[in-house]
Write a protein that binds this ligand. Sequence first.
Ligand SMILES: NC(=O)c1ccc[n+]([C@@H]2O[C@H](COP(=O)([O-])OP(=O)(O)OC[C@H]3O[C@@H](n4cnc5c(N)ncnc54)[C@H](O)[C@@H]3O)[C@@H](O)[C@H]2O)c1
Length: 264
Amino acid sequence: MRRLLITGAAGGLGTILREGLAGWADFLRLNDREEMPAAGPNEEVVQGDLTDFDLVKELVKDVDGIVHLGSISRENTFENILDSSFRGTYHVFDAARQAAKPRIVFASSNHAIGFHRREDNLGKDAPYRPDSIYGVSKVYGESLGQYYFDKFGIESVSIRIGSCFPEPVDRRMLATWLSPRDFVEMIKAIYSAPRVGCSMIYGMSDNREQWWDNSHASFLGWRPQDSAERFRAKVEAADPPRHWDDPAVRYHGGAFAAVGHFED
Ligand SMILES: NC(=O)c1ccc[n+]([C@@H]2O[C@H](COP(=O)([O-])OP(=O)(O)OC[C@H]3O[C@@H](n4cnc5c(N)ncnc54)[C@H](O)[C@@H]3O)[C@@H](O)[C@H]2O)c1
C-alpha cells in the first residue's frame, strides 16, 4: 500500500509526511486548499477544497490509502468546522466507499478525550470526552470510521495525535509530544500491516510521562523511538509551572479544556 493521497498536505503534518514518505511511497497525491510546492518525482499536487465532493471523488481514484489530515486544526467557529471537518471528512469516507475502498488514516486528536483528568491513564476503551467543538469533530470522524468499516468494510486507523511538532514547547507537551520521525514511522507501519480493521492509536512518543496506553495497537509493530525528555530542562525553564488545580493542568486537553466557548 504505497500509493497514497494526503489531504491537508500544505500543513505542518502534511509537510512532515511529504518529506518523510518520499522514497518510501510509490506515489503521493497531495491535496490542500492552500498552495503547495510543485510536484516532485512520483508526486501529484492538486489544490482544491474538500467541501467539493466531485473533487474528492477524483482525489481518491487509484490510491491504496488516504492520510486524511485536511481540516481546521484547532478550535474555530462552528461554520468553519462544519465545512472543513464534518463535511470534508464525510466526503473523504464516502468517496472511498465509491472507489476501491482505500485504507484511511484519520488524523484525530487528544481533544476527543480532552476532558478526562490527567491522573487517569486512558486506553482504547476510554469514553469520548471532547473539550471543544474541534474535539467533537474528531469524535465524529472516528465514528465515521467505525460506520464505514461495519457497513462497507473500509479499514481505517484513527490516530489521536498528541502534539506533533519539531520539539515540545511547553510542559504539557512533555507528555503529549509525538516526534515527526515517530509520526512518519507510524504511518509506514499502518500501510505495511496486513490488516488494521477499524483501530485507534494514540499518537505520542516514548515520553517519560505517559497519559495514554497503546498496548491494544501493538499488532502494528510500531515502537516510538524518540522521547520529549531530552527537552525537559529547556521547556521547564521557558514555561513556568501552573497550579495543580488550573483546568489547563487538570485535564488531558490542557488549554482547550480551560477556555470558554469560541464564539462567545
Ligand atoms: N499537529 C498536531 O500536533 C495535531 C494534533 C492533533 C491533531 N492534529 C490533526 O492533524 C491534522 C493536521 O494537523 P496540522 O498540524 O498539520 O494542521 P495545519 O493547520 O498545519 O494543516 C491543516 C491543513 O488542512 C488544510 N485544510 C483545512 N480545511 C481544508 C479543506 N476544507 N480542504 C482542503 N484543505 C483543507 C489547511 O489549508 C491546512 O494546510 C489536522 O486534522 C489536525 O486536527 C494535529
